[in-house]
Every structure is written in structure tokens, then in C-alpha cells.
Design a protein around this ligand. Sequence first.
Ligand SMILES: *[C@@H]1O[C@H](CO)[C@@H](O)[C@H](O)[C@H]1NC(C)=O
Ligand SMILES: *[C@@H]1O[C@H](CO)[C@@H](O)[C@H](O)[C@H]1NC(C)=O
Ligand SMILES: *[C@@H]1O[C@H](CO)[C@@H](O)[C@H](O)[C@H]1NC(C)=O
Length: 198
Amino acid sequence: MYILRVIVRPAPSRRRLTTFRILVRVFIGICTFVGALSLLIWLIYRPRTILIAVDSATLWRFNVNSTTSPPVLTFNLTAGVSVSNPNKRVSIYYDRLQVEGFYQEELFGRAALPLSFQGVRRTDAVRAMLQGSSAGYFDNATGSGTGVFPVDLWVVGTVRYKFGDLMTTSASSLSVKCPLVLQLMEASSRVECIVISF
Ligand SMILES: *[C@@H]1O[C@H](CO)[C@@H](O)[C@H](O)[C@H]1NC(C)=O
Ligand SMILES: *[C@@H]1O[C@H](CO)[C@@H](O)[C@H](O)[C@H]1NC(C)=O
Ligand SMILES: *[C@@H]1O[C@H](CO)[C@@H](O)[C@H](O)[C@H]1NC(C)=O
């Protein structure tokens, strides 16, 4: 209707300007239409957040050698992580997915999680092993005497959402925090992780 009104208005003396205006309005109209359609599709297919839990984690080794400066943390941690896509219509590409271990706010190790695509309503169990040694300003871990180690596992990645066969969004970053309290040689119980961004 809007465009039609422009077309029927006679303005012979300003023909070129009018043609230009029509083109601009048609362009704006198309943009508005595409925008509204995208919004509608987004509202219908809007992805629900990925759910992540640490089913169980075990510290096989965790000690700080403070004779060096900075101290060195030697660690061996295994974790079973379950990743769920709760969406009915949206599947997920994990372009990058890894787990990062933090102790006393310092990153000590990371490992890739073997998951690259997840169809609708799927849960995958993946395993990660963090092992090695890392220099950082750690307190003497065994010095506390309790043998209880608060370790944060972060699951971070780059994901794309696929809406049916229609389209795939551009990459967005996933960041999930799993606060664990671990004891040596003892499997932890299940912990639901907190989604920080997706
Ligand atoms: C700590 O590191 C020093 C220097 O690398 C080494 O000589 C020492 O044996 C280490 N101590 C332990 C308990 O591993
Ligand atoms: C870490 O612990 C696991 C499980 O006990 C073991 O299989 C693996 O060899 C250990 N890795 C290192 C470097 O000690
Ligand atoms: C670290 O802890 C161990 C075991 O409790 C202890 O023998 C060592 O002296 C501590 N080192 C430092 C620098 O506190």
C-alpha cells in the first residue's frame, strides 16, 4: 500500500528523483520484510540453552611443589561430562569445545571435548582428561591438610545453531561453569553446571 501510493503520485518534473525514491522505498520494504521474517523464524525456533553437567570427576593427582618460584601444580583429573541439546527444532554445531581447569582462580590445564555436532533432543556423554603440570601462583595445595580441592571446570566453545534445514546462525561463544569440590582418588557426584553465556 505504501509503495503503491508513491507509484501513483504524478511527478513528471521530478521523474528521476521519484524513481530513486521508489527504489529506496522498495529497498526499505524488502529489508523490513526480511527483518520481520527473520524475527518470526527466530521466535519460532529460538534455541534453548545447552545443558551441561559433570557426571563424575576424579582427581588422581594434585600437588603443588612450592620449592620453585612460581610454584608448580602437577595434576591428573578425569571427568565425565554430559552435554544435552534440549531443543526440538534446533541442532548444534560445536566448532570448538573444550574443558578448562581452574584452581585458585588460575588456569592449570585444558583438554578438547570430542563433540562436533548434536542433533535435536540429544545427550552425549564425553570424557576429558586434564593432566600435566602448570606453573602458577598456587598455594601449597597439600598444605591445607584437608585434602579437599575446590576446582572449577569451565566448558567453553564456539557454537552455531542450525534451524531445521533453513539456516545456521553465525558463531557464538558458549561459556559454562562447573564448580566442583574434589578429593584425591574419590569420584565426585553429579554437578549441574551454570551457563554463563551461550
Ligand atoms: C619440587 O621441585 C624441585 C625443583 O624442580 C625438585 O627438586 C623437587 O624434588 C620437587 N619436589 C617434589 C616433592 O616433587
Ligand atoms: C592419570 O590418571 C589416569 C587414571 O588413573 C591414568 O590412566 C593416567 O595414566 C594418568 N596419567 C598420568 C600422566 O599419570
Ligand atoms: C607443602 O605441603 C607439604 C605437605 O604438607 C609440606 O611438607 C611442605 O613443607 C609445604 N611447603 C610449603 C612451601 O609450605
